[in-house]
Design a protein around this ligand. Structure first.
Ligand code: AMP
Length: 389
């Protein structure tokens, strides 16, 4: 007789609903399909979005469309989301009928920088000094309190450095009014500037039973506030890596989180760890796990969402992951010659199915596997230079 290891788990061919149509949804769905799950995407993007291309069904509607929401609900057994800029009210409507992992609290905490910072402070998790501002006057006070350099960020709907203004020098009244007007938001968070040795992230999965399964720590190199390269293993000490993982666990436990999440951190010259932000979903800095780990972050997301047991994934080989932004495309609809990456069997290309390339748009990524991380990085840099021609 077949023995069920976990009677609470949702087994194939059940249907997983994915809210959001981007590449993270696409990569989650590819994992779900491999296991035999059905998938339905709900997105406010146009038909044929990256996730919709690989899903069994794609619903294209606004988050306020109750008929479309009912159609989504009628098909799914469990729901997850692939980005955090979703109205919490939409997730509340889903949660009232079907299980949603991660839950609404995780979404609400991480989609709003002010709530996120207050959550970190409340739980004693180290973050940069910050002040909440809602006017030019409160910004002036905050700049005085925090000092320069500092960075003003919108409270809501910021990502990849969008909605951020660095303030390098003390400002006069005119300067403060200008920066506040430039932010173009009703609320913001002013953060002290952190001088760091490197940026790292911990991508981890947390199960429905509270089990915690971290991936190896990533070292992240950003260009213009957008992730450029991820290196694993990160070139940090074991003690630093363990401390980063412990902070990530603290974040997940405090939220009673279920699913994959990422905690981004700064590591200072003095070895201090400062949490920058968390993402309630698989993360760009975890894309390396598809090629370099025995289970990917997307596989772990599916395992967590359907209620399967989790254990820490293993790194199979050192790896460098490089993002392919639209800048690499010679024209909006003309791909570069991919031979430099395709010809190398240790280089793995991932394209997201986006038809139009734009500067700064994440179009794909590639990974290079090697015997050590420095070799992986230099091979990746050479491939990138060749792609740019
Ligand atoms: P964020 O959108 O907050 O993830 O910021 C994007 C990138 O901007 C980070 O990964 C850092 O490279 C940089 N950055 C953001 N906040 C700070 C800060 N307080 N100090 C130094 N660099 C920062």
């Amino acid at each position: 007789m077949m023995q069920r290891l976990n009677p609470m788990s949702i087994q194939p061919p059940a249907t997983i609903g994915v809210v959001g149509g981007g590449q993270l949804g696409r990569m989650m769905i590819l994992e779900a399909r491999r296991l035999g799950y059905r998938t339905v995407v709900f997105t406010d993007e146009a038909p044929g979005c990256p996730a919709g291309q690989v899903a069994d069904e794609e619903i294209n509607a606004s988050f306020g469309d109750s008929e479309a929401t009912d159609a989504f609900l009628s098909q799914i057994d469990v729901c997850t989301y692939e980005f955090e800029n979703i109205p919490a009210a939409f997730i509340a409507n889903i949660e009232a009928v079907k299980p949603v992992f991660p839950d609404r609290r995780a979404l609400e905490t991480s989609q709003h920088r002010e709530r996120e910072k207050l959550f970190l402070r409340e739980h004693g998790i180290p973050c940069a000094p910050f002040a909440v501002v809602d006017s030019a006057d409160s910004l002036a006070l905050a700049v005085e309190e925090i000092g320069t350099p500092c960075v003003l960020k919108t409270a809501a709907f910021g990502y990849d450095g969008k909605g951020q203004i660095k303030i390098s020098e003390p400002l006069d009244a005119v300067g403060v009014s200008q920066v506040w007007a430039d932010l173009d938001a009703t609320r913001g968070v002013l953060e002290g500037w952190v001088t760091y040795r490197c940026e790292i992230s911990v991508v981890a999965a947390r199960g429905q039973d509270g089990s915690f399964a971290p991936f190896p720590v990533s070292e992240n190199i950003h260009t213009n506030h957008i992730l450029d390269t991820t290196l694993v293993p990160a070139r940090i000490s074991d003690a630093e890596a363990q401390a980063a993982v412990a902070l990530a666990k603290q974040v997940g436990d405090a939220l009673n989180y279920v699913g994959v999440y990422a905690v981004e951190l700064f590591l200072t010259e003095g070895g201090e760890l400062i949490v920058n932000e968390m993402a309630p979903r698989p993360h760009n800095s975890g894309h390396y796990t598809i090629d370099a780990c025995d289970v990917s972050q997307f596989g772990m997301q599916i395992r967590a969402v359907v209620g399967l047991p989790l254990s820490p994934p293993r790194l199979l080989r050192p790896v460098a992951m490089v993002n392919l932004l639209g800048d690499v495309w010679p024209e909006a609809e003309v791909h570069p010659d991919w031979s430099p990456v395709l010809n190398d069997q240790d280089a793995r290309l991932h394209l997201y199915g986006k038809r139009i390339a734009r500067a700064g748009r994440k179009m794909g990524h590639f990974c290079v596997l090697a015997d050590d991380v420095d070799t992986a990085q230099s091979k990746a840099n050479a491939i990138m230079a060749a792609l740019r021609g």
